[in-house]
Design a protein around this ligand. Structure first.
Ligand code: UD1
Ligand code: MG
Length: 485
């Protein structure tokens, strides 16, 4: 790859993106869990250029803050170039050059901030073609069925590239051309500088066209070429929300395919959504209706789904997660979660542990082999290794003003319908009866009970609810028995 490393990659993102009809800048709309701009910058950075420049103008502050927040910003410098009021892709490239050394030499790549499926590999092979032919400009083109709106690749009778003509400036014959300009180019730095210096706004749109650099280089006797890609998705931009959804779906299809080829079973790729930053180990099985979002990481052999959404969640090897919604949680190896579990941020479940049906957890550590199997809320708690929390229990963490913590020790056997009124601590190996309201600490090995003794008022139903089905059933059941007092 080292010989295909460009000197600079310029990502154009100064356009307005009005067709999105959105308060959010176009290039900040996400697919696959990353903004369009993040995808574009990641592909650019993936070619390890010496310089990476993003050209901005509309919503400048928001874009710059967003660029600063991207992971790439922590490992390399992303230069910002501000485009002025002169419109056009050519002007955008000119503004980018002001951020680069004046004597820049080598290959300068231009890409767009709204073309999310372009890969670093495709950019690198364009650079390779460009450099091995010693071209002044090499443009990535594509043959499409519906070329309307794109710049057209104009070739001479021998097939050599002459120039690019924009839709609005094109003649009828030129409009019939189906080979279009993707907007992705490799330039020799000196030729780019010379070409940009010659640009005017003398065209149908009153813009400085970057595409005119090609005609200029050609007229100056420099070699120019267009190389066609057959992967149209990689050069498709998102201009409205319909295209955004189409690109998102295709990105996802590619993600699923990548993981299946790497040894992940995806039962229904059509209903499985996997964000770009997700990691999945070998022999993981993903059942239908699963969304793996953010930085979710699934270890080998786990089974996820059906119908689960895991965001920024870590799942250990061999764990089973069924019909679950989880965010910022860690599920240990061989643990069981769901069906119908809700894991909120800060949940951590130990190896072989269980968070069962209709259980909500938050900011809680549930130890190795510990179980919260049914109908419970666990908030701000620590549950020790091997302990069992009975059905329908609530960790009462909120006093109306502050949140408090509950600690349950190891191997405790807690009854059903317990209320843990925090702050409170239950010792190792303790037990509790059903319906205990744990307000005081329970020492290790003690049995805690708070319920009053049960009283049975015999004959109450017959006396107070005569004639009801309950009274009749009771009468039938007690027939022949001696009346009790
Ligand atoms: C451009 C090409 C056209 C090509 C098409 C591919 C020119 C003159 N035309 O069309 O040949 O087929 O892309 O999609 O280059 N941008 C800026 N500053 C500007 C204008 C645009 O940074 O002043 C950025 C936009 O944010 C966008 C990209 O450049 O990322 C393309 O802009 P857009 O207006 O969509 O493309 P066209 O100029 O119509
Ligand atoms: Mg335009």
């Amino acid at each position: 790859m080292s010989q295909t490393r460009p000197t600079a990659v310029i990502v154009l993102a100064a356009g307005q993106g009005t067709r999105m009809k959105s308060a959010l800048p176009k290039v900040m709309h996400p697919i696959g869990g990353r903004s369009l701009l993040h995808h574009a910058v990641a592909a650019a950075a993936g070619t390890s250029p010496e310089h990476l420049v993003v050209v901005v103008r509309h919503e400048r502050e928001q874009l710059v803050a967003h660029l600063d927040s991207l992971p790439v910003a922590s490992t390399r410098t992303v230069l910002i170039a501000d485009q002025d009021e002169v419109p056009g892709t050519g002007r955008a490239a000119e503004c980018a050059l002001t951020q680069l050394p004046e004597d820049l030499s080598g290959t300068v790549v231009v890409t767009y901030g709204d073309v999310p499926l372009l890969t670093a590999e495709t950019i690198s092979s364009l650079v390779e073609v460009h450099e091995s032919a010693r071209n002044a400009v090499t443009v990535l083109s594509a043959e499409v069925d519906e070329p309307t709106g794109y710049g057209r690749i104009v070739r001479d009778a021998s097939g050599a590239l002459l120039r690019i003509v924009e839709q609005k400036d094109a003649s009828e014959d030129e409009r019939a051309i189906r080979e279009i300009n993707s907007g992705i180019y490799a330039f020799d730095a000196a030729d780019l500088r010379a070409g940009l210096a010659s640009l005017t706004t003398d065209n149908a749109q009153g813009e400085k066209y970057l595409t005119d650099v090609i005609g200029h280089s050609r007229e100056a006797g420099r070699p120019v070429a267009a190389t066609a890609t057959d992967d149209l998705w990689q050069v498709e931009g998102a201009n409205d929300r319909v295209q955004l959804a189409k690109l998102g779906k295709e990105l996802n299809r590619r993600q699923c395919e990548k993981f299946m080829r790497a040894g992940v079973s995806i039962i229904d790729p059509d209903t499985t959504w996997i964000d770009t930053d997700v990691a999945i180990g070998q022999d993981v099985t993903i059942l239908p209706g699963v969304q793996l979002l953010g930085a979710t990481d699934i270890a080998a052999g786990a089974v996820i789904g059906p119908d689960s959404t895991l965001k920024d969640t870590e799942v250990g090897a061999g764990a089973h997660v069924v019909r679950t919604h989880s965010e910022l949680a860690a599920i240990g190896p061989s643990a069981n979660v769901g069906p119908f579990a809700y894991l909120r941020p800060g949940t951590s479940l130990g190896e072989g542990g269980k968070i069962g049906t209709f259980v909500e957890t938050k900011n809680s550590e549930i130890g190795k082999g510990a179980k919260v199997p049914h109908l419970s809320y666990v908030g701000d708690a620590e549950i020790g290794e091997g302990s069992n929390i009975g059905a329908a229990s609530v960790f009462v963490n909120y006093d109306g003003v502050n949140k408090h913590r509950t600690v349950v020790g190891k191997h405790a056997r807690m009854g059903s319908d317990n209320m843990y009124v925090a702050p409170v601590t239950v010792g190792d190996g303790a037990y509790s009866g059903a319906s205990t309201t744990v307000r005081k600490d329970v020492p290790a090995g003690a049995l805690a009970i708070t319920v009053a003794p049960q009283r049975n008022l015999e004959g109450w139903v017959k006396a107070n609810r005569p004639g009801t089905p309950a009274a009749q059933a009771a009468e039938a059941a007690t027939e022949g028995e001696p009346a009790s007092e």
